[in-house]
Design a protein around this ligand. Structure first.
Ligand code: GZL
Length: 335
């Protein structure tokens, strides 16, 4: 057993004294709860998220309402939002996404103007490990890992609801002009598909003309003016959105027809001006398509940035409005 000589005994006493001094003066490892040691550290504040939002443009009331919903929710959650209005051009949306990637945002929200052409830029976002949340319109890609989730209405169902309502209203007999949305856009493709499915077993429900007004009020008016000259026998208009329907109503009035009576007007979106037209009797039906997607979009972003797996699609449910329920609903409309 090792004996202690005076040197090492003295040495040991000195070492003990040093250690005591160290602990008392806090020069050693500290376990003081007020310091940054593990026990009492204050949680680092959650870093505010920076999110890029690539928006289609500002083609109408619905789009404006969606933009406002996303911006308001970002402000409410303290998110640093970088916003891009693509002026209804896909190349501008793609440029915006590349810019967001270069800035190193935490996530991207994309409202894709059309269904195709997204793979290259979404692969770049995936490479940069930046999740992409799609809102309001879907895309066609082979690899659905290129986006975290899609939050949107079921446009085929909307088209079907519009058809069902019109069949009931006209006892299955109508000469229809269809106003299509933006060519290549998911709501235009699927609202057309749903409406056609809805009328396929009703041979007297005839679409005599179908043309794009690009989801714009001006487009709806111009197309309706032109098609009225070719089809003065029209008895119903099916419009892929309210903005075009409101333009068509103007064209019908200028042509001396009574919209809502001579020509039945059925549309989609449920914007406030459509409700006013329903109450005034110029429009007959609108199928709601909710643009207030901000809360759901940021719930998805917060999950996606944590690497959580999200459902590939979250369907936003829609209701049908006509003269029977429009007046009661109008005061509740938020867009
Ligand atoms: C639907 C949305 C459509 C609206 C139109 O989710 O993409 O685009 O129905 C808008 O009013 O232009």
């Amino acid at each position: 057993m090792k004996s202690f000589t005076p040197f090492n005994r003295r040495g040991l006493l000195g070492l003990a004294a040093c250690l005591t001094a160290l602990v008392l003066t806090g020069c050693g490892p500290s376990n003081d709860s007020s310091s940054s040691s593990a026990g009492g550290e204050s949680k680092p504040s959650a870093k505010a998220l920076t999110v890029g939002f690539a928006q289609v443009g500002a083609e109408g009331a619905w789009r404006t309402a969606e933009t406002e919903s996303i911006k308001a929710e970002a402000a409410k959650r303290g998110v640093n939002l970088k916003f891009s209005d693509a002026q209804s051009k896909q190349e501008n949306e793609i440029k915006a996404i590349r810019s967001f990637i270069a800035q190193g945002v935490d996530a991207i929200i994309l409202a894709p103007i059309v269904e195709t052409g997204w793979e290259p830029v979404l692969k770049e976002a995936k490479q940069a490990k930046i999740p992409v949340v799609l809102v309001d319109r879907g895309i066609k890609v082979d690899d659905d890992s290129l986006y975290a989730t899609l939050i949107a209405s079921d446009f085929v169902a909307e088209g079907k609801m519009a058809a069902d309502w019109l069949i009931k209203k006209t006892d299955g007999k109508a000469t229809i002009i269809e106003l299509q949305g933006t060519p290549g856009a998911a709501p235009a493709i699927d609202r057309k598909k749903g409406f056609e499915e809805g009328i396929k077993d009703h041979p007297d429900m005839k679409i005599v003309a179908s043309q794009s007004g690009d989801f714009r009020r001006s487009g709806g008016k111009q197309v309706m003016e032109a098609l009225l000259k070719v089809h003065p026998e029209v008895t119903a208009v099916y419009s892929h959105n309210d903005d075009m329907a409101l333009g068509a109503i103007q064209a019908l009035e200028e042509a001396g027809k009574k919209p809502g009576t001579d020509v039945i007007v059925v549309s989609v979106d449920g914007v406030q001006d459509a409700f006013k037209a329903l109450v005034a009797g110029n429009m007959n039906c609108t199928v709601e398509c909710n643009p207030l997607l901000g809360p759901m979009a940021f719930d998805a972003v917060e999950k996606a940035v944590k690497g959580e797996t999200l459902p590939k699609k979250t369907i936003v449910h829609d209701r049908v409005f006509d003269v029977s329920n429009a007046a009661a609903e109008l005061p509740n409309r938020k867009y």
